[in-house]
Every structure is written in structure tokens, then in C-alpha cells.
Write a protein that binds this ligand. Structure first.
Ligand code: NAP
Length: 335
């Protein structure tokens, strides 16, 4: 069976996912698109053999030809489209964030729990990255003993003009929060945010930031965001356990020795670093939706938990205090 999908939002990531669904992964066809910018939606549809342009996201979700929905529009619009997809009983892949407020995330969880089954997956694609999966296997196998400390480094060469102070947390570190919860298999309980001496490439921006978090079992987590570090897009992760350490490696690369130096390439941006992870993410989502065996990827609960950590992180950024991260009771649907 070919999964017929509708894509809401034909901006940068929407276009990339449509390319992926059309040219890279198997088992899906894009049959409908929508964007607030109709010219953009029409342009994308003109490159597809069989896609209808819908005036609204709600029209796309209601289209009988659409089996499943992919939401790639601007973050504040996610809640309405995810809720409409749940109401229509259609699986929905929502790019991160699940929603931009904790209350909106709760609304989604309530609607999904009431529907009785998991319909929502959130685009936390690091969980599909081969090095991260190897790191998780190393932790789960007990090879390094019980985790005590986890370090997560998130470095960008530069950020766009519209990047604000809060975005270091809600847009950048949100991926580190999610992958930390997934790697360690437990929730985060407190967060403190400190700004280092500012990087002069970042103008007025408070950058880099160093965040210290604790988990339920007392693992200490450090997240570094350095978003003007020029040399490249560099993602670090290292767990320190009772018996050893395990770290992400620059895998699958040629080590070049030349001109009295030795080195491996540092990716230019997140597209280069995570391109294979996005492919795996969508192939697994398509397979699971078609098989009807239930979704195993990042859930509404994961989207909600990441949002609660972000809210606490923003509070900690402005107050300089250690802020408690308080989650509601986890519904059984997400156990
Ligand atoms: P983008 O290039 O600005 O594209 C968003 C598109 O959505 C724009 O074409 C925008 O139209 C459209 N839009 C705005 N409001 C809409 C509405 N109510 N209904 C339908 N379409 C609407 O942004 P992007 O970089 O693709 O990001 C989109 C989402 O993906 C964001 O939530 C972002 O955080 C997420 N993302 C995730 C990753 C990841 O690593 N997982 C990476 C990149 C992006 P206008 O331009 O006319 O407003």
C-alpha cells in the first residue's frame, strides 16, 4: 500500500521532506499541499505528478485522498493542525515543536488520549541518527555502567538575524533536551542556565550558554549552545558512567593527513549532519503507519516534556536561578 500524505507548510523543511518522500524513501506519495503562501504551495505542487493545492490546512486534513498529515508550518500553527488531524483520526507527523506552549501540548495529549490511540509523532530526528543510536546502545548495554553525567554540545557556525535570546533554548537546545531524555530513559527535573563571556561574532546575543540540568535519578546534564562558533556545525554527546565513557564520534568520514596536519570534515550545517537521520525517520514512520502496528517514534508526551523543559529553561535564563521542571502525570498511552 502507498501511504497518501498531505503536507502543510511548503517552506524550507516542508520542501525538503517532500523531496525526501518523493525521491528518497519508499511507500509514500504526496497528494496534497497547503501553505499560507499560496504561490509557494502551487510552485511545489507543480513539481509533483498528483498533488492538489488546498486553500487551508483544515481542507487538506479533510481531503479523503489524504491518509496521513505532515505539519511543517510555523510553530504557533502546529496545535490547530495536529488537533484537526486527531479529530479526523489521521496519523500526523508534526515537525518540532509539537506546539509552542505547554497548554497547547496538553490539549494535544488530552485529544490523543481521548482518541484511544497514538496518532502523533514529533520531528525529533536525532533519535534516528546512526551515531546517536550507537550511543544509546552503548548506554543500554551497560558497557559504561550506570550513567552519572551527560554532556551535550550544540554548535552552529552562525544564526540568522531574527535569532533571539530565547531561541537558544526553545529552538536549539530543545533537540538536546529531547535526546537526553531518550538516551537516559528518564525525565529532567531541574535546569539552570548561565551565560559565558559573549562570543563577539554574536553581537548583543548572550552566546554561548551553559545549562546544567538534573534527571530523576540524579544524573547531571550539561548542555552547551554555541551558535556563532564559525568553524562548523558540531554536535557532541558524551556519557560518563560508573565504569567508562561513550561519546559520539565523527563516524563514516575519511581522516585526511596532508600538509603537516590531520583532520576530518566538520559539517557545514544541520542538513549535512542529519540528512540520513531524516530519511530513516520518515521511512520508519511510513512503515509503521502503513503496518498499523502503532507508532514508536517521539510522541506527544515527548513533545510536551521538551516544551516544559524549554519553559523552565527560559525562566532560568532570565532569573539566573535553578528552576524546577514539573511534569503532569504521564498517561498510560505513552508508557
Ligand atoms: P519556513 O521556511 O518559514 O516555512 C514555514 C512555512 O509555513 C512558510 O511557507 C509559511 O508561510 C507557512 N505557514 C505559516 N503559517 C501557516 C499556516 N497557518 N498554514 C499553513 N502554512 C503556514 O520554516 P521552516 O524552517 O521550514 O520550519 C518549519 C517548521 O519546521 C518549524 O516548526 C521548525 O521549527 C521546524 N524545523 C525542524 C527542524 C528539525 O531539525 N527537526 C529543522 C528545520 C525546521 P509564510 O512564509 O507566508 O509565513
Amino acid at each position: 500500500m502507498t501511504l497518501k500524505v498531505g503536507v502543510i507548510g511548503t517552506g524550507m523543511i516542508g520542501r525538503d521532506h517532500i523531496r525526501r518522500l518523493t525521491e528518497v524513501v519508499s511507500g509514500a506519495e504526496v497528494v496534497a499541499v497547503n501553505d499560507a503562501n499560496e504561490v509557494s504551495a502551487k510552485e511545489v505542487a507543480s513539481g509533483l505528478p498528483n498533488a492538489t493545492v488546498h486553500a487551508t490546512g483544515e481542507d487538506l486534513i479533510a481531503d479523503d485522498r489524504v491518509d496521513a498529515v505532515i505539519v511543517c508550518s510555523w510553530g504557533p500553527t502546529h496545535e490547530q493542525y495536529v488537533l484537526a488531524s486527531i479529530a479526523a483520526g489521521k496519523p500526523v507527523f508534526c515537525e518540532k515543536p509539537l506546539a509552542t506552549t505547554t497548554e497547547a501540548c496538553r490539549n494535544i495529549i488530552d485529544a490523543e488520549v481521548a482518541s484511544g490511540k497514538r496518532l502523533v509523532q514529533v520531528g525529533f530526528m536525532r533519535r534516528y541518527d546512526a551515531p546517536y543510536r550507537a550511543l544509546k546502545r552503548a548506554i543500554d548495554s551497560g558497557a559504561v555502567g550506570a550513567p552519572l553525567i551527560y554532556y551535550s554540545g550544540h554548535r552552529n557556525p552562525s544564526v540568522p538575524e531574527h535569532y533571539t535570546k530565547d531561541m537558544a533554548i526553545v529552538d536549539t537546545a530543545v533537540h538536546d533536551f529531547d535526546v537526553t531524555r531518550w538516551l537516559l530513559g528518564e525525565e529532567l527535573t531541574t535546569i539552570r542556565v548561565q551565560a559565558a563571556k559573549p562570543n563577539s561574532h554574536g553581537g548583543e546575543l548572550q552566546d554561548p550558554l551553559l545549562m546544567t540540568l538534573e534527571t530523576e535519578r540524579g544524573v547531571l546534564v550539561q548542555v552547551e549552545t554555541s551558535v556563532n562558533i564559525r568553524y562548523g556545525y558540531d554536535i557532541r554527546g558524551e556519557v560518563v558512567g560508573e565504569d567508562g565513557t561513550a561519546a559520539l564520534a565523527d563516524t563514516g568520514q575519511v581522516v585526511l593527513r596532508t600538509s603537516n596536519s590531520v583532520g576530518v570534515r566538520v559539517p557545514e550545517d544541520w542538513r549535512e549532519r542529519f540528512i540520513a537521520a531524516y530519511d530513516v525517520e520518515f521511512q520508519e514512520w511510513i512503515n509503521e503507519v502503513v503496518a498499523g502496528t502503532g507508532l514508536t517514534g517521539p510522541s506527544s508526551w515527548d513533545g510536551y516534556a521538551a516544551q516544559v523543559v524549554c519553559d523552565a529553561g527560559v525562566k532560568a535564563l532570565y532569573s539566573g536561578e535553578r528552576v524546577q521542571i514539573e511534569l503532569a502525570t504521564k498517561p498510560g498511552l505513552y508508557s
